[in-house]
Design a protein around this ligand. Structure first.
Ligand SMILES: NC(=O)c1ccc[n+]([C@@H]2O[C@H](COP(=O)([O-])OP(=O)(O)OC[C@H]3O[C@@H](n4cnc5c(N)ncnc54)[C@H](O)[C@@H]3O)[C@@H](O)[C@H]2O)c1
Length: 340
């Protein structure tokens, strides 16, 4: 791919997130071109390819790996396929963007990271919140010292509706699927490492989630290496929409991220003032971040510089999620170093 001006990408996975990334690349990232789309559900791949005028459509992702004219792949498939696809892409010498997380076991996460390092390809994992303008602003405030010494970090992450039980069964559970974004943000915003977690949780939204062995509501307390403490609270169902709020509090001040309303209008009358609910879900709330993360990946590959977030860095939130699962099971605080 020497001196290419436009990155030729193969997309694997044409589901919910696959469609978002595909449309972003096609319409908002001029430095990339979709050369092929593959999905085991050929109809889904064909439909997406039709919308975007992509002529190479496959059921078998190996056709993408074998195409010498494709520089990079975007792995947008179900989580249980990520590690194998990363290993296959690295072996084929393709640069890799992969959705989070790499895998639900550390053994397979490590195998995939080793394959990336051995091949010397670039690999960025889709922790999109790192590319959201509000989260970035909070990080800058902390990094520049304006918050002073960080003392308390609070993250609220509540979804508007629970996922189908079929998804819950393959997701690895709420901590590895949903809270994993908060664990990543905890490390990022504290500019430190989580050293201990204590998780409590329950089934308050949908008994079917409990029957599938998962929880839908949780509070997690965190201790950081820099001495700060924090909380994360999660629910799979907030009736008012996607609730994404953060507060950082330190010796020099405080900063918050509030919800983005679906529109900025307010209506006032004799009873009160009405604004719209928060934007419905992640596709709306983080639309800008999905484009920014893919754009960053494309630019890093074309410029042959490291990506802003690597496969190796993406291991940390997986380890914290595993510690939270252990804490929930054993009803005690768990040190991160207990997880191997
Ligand atoms: N970063 C985020 O905000 C975010 C949001 C949603 C989903 N995700 C992640 O994206 C991934 C996909 O989630 P989704 O909600 O789009 O799921 P989905 O079920 O809607 O789509 C997954 C697609 O992958 C296809 N697929 C599965 N195995 C395949 C294989 N071996 N080869 C080719 N295609 C294959 C399926 O047929 C399906 O079309 C998950 O890992 C999830 O954690 C991330």
């Amino acid at each position: 791919m020497s001196n290419r001006k436009v990155l030729r990408m193969g997309l694997i996975g044409a589901g919910r997130i696959g469609k978002i990334h595909a449309h972003n690349i096609a319409s908002r990232i001029p430095q990339a071109k979709i050369a092929a789309i593959a999905d085991v559900n050929l109809k889904a791949a064909q439909q997406l390819a039709g919308e975007l005028h992509v002529s190479n459509v496959y059921e078998d992702y190996r056709k993408i790996m074998g195409d010498p004219d494709i520089d990079a792949v975007a792995i947008l498939t179900s989580t249980d396929t990520h590690a194998d696809l990363i290993i296959a892409a690295a072996a084929a010498g393709k640069h890799i963007f992969c959705e989070k997380p790499i895998d639900l076991t550390l053994e397979r996460v490590d195998k995939a990271i080793a394959a990336v390092h051995k091949a010397g390809v670039k690999c960025q994992i889709g922790f999109n919140r790192r590319f959201d303008p509000s989260f970035t602003r909070l990080y800058q405030l902390i990094k520049s010292g304006k918050i002073g010494k960080l003392q308390i970090l609070r993250i609220t992450n509540r979804e508007p509706a629970p996922p189908p039980v079929s998804f819950v069964k393959t997701s690895g559970g709420m901590f590895l699927d949903m809270t994993i974004h908060d664990f990543d943000m905890a490390g990022y915003l504290s500019d430190s490492d989580v050293v201990e977690v204590y998780a409590i949780g329950g089934v308050m939204v949908d008994p079917a989630i409990g029957k599938a062995g998962d929880i839908d509501t949780a509070i997690i307390t965190l201790k950081f290496a820099n001495g700060a403490i924090g909380t994360i609270d999660n629910s799979r169902k907030a009736v008012y929409g996607y609730d994404q709020r953060v507060e950082v509090f330190g010796s020099g001040g405080m900063a918050t991220i509030a919800n983005n309303p679906a529109n900025a209008a307010t209506y006032s009358n004799a009873k009160g003032v009405l604004t719209d609910k928060p934007s419905y879900f992640f596709l709306e709330r983080f639309a800008e971040a999905y484009t920014a993360e893919m754009s960053e990946f494309v630019k890093a590959v074309l410029a042959n510089r490291p990506t802003l977030f690597t496969a190796a860095e993406s291991r940390k939130p997986v380890v914290i999620a595993m510690a939270a699962n252990k804490s929930l099971r054993e009803n005690r605080p768990v040190r991160i170093k207990e997880i191997k």
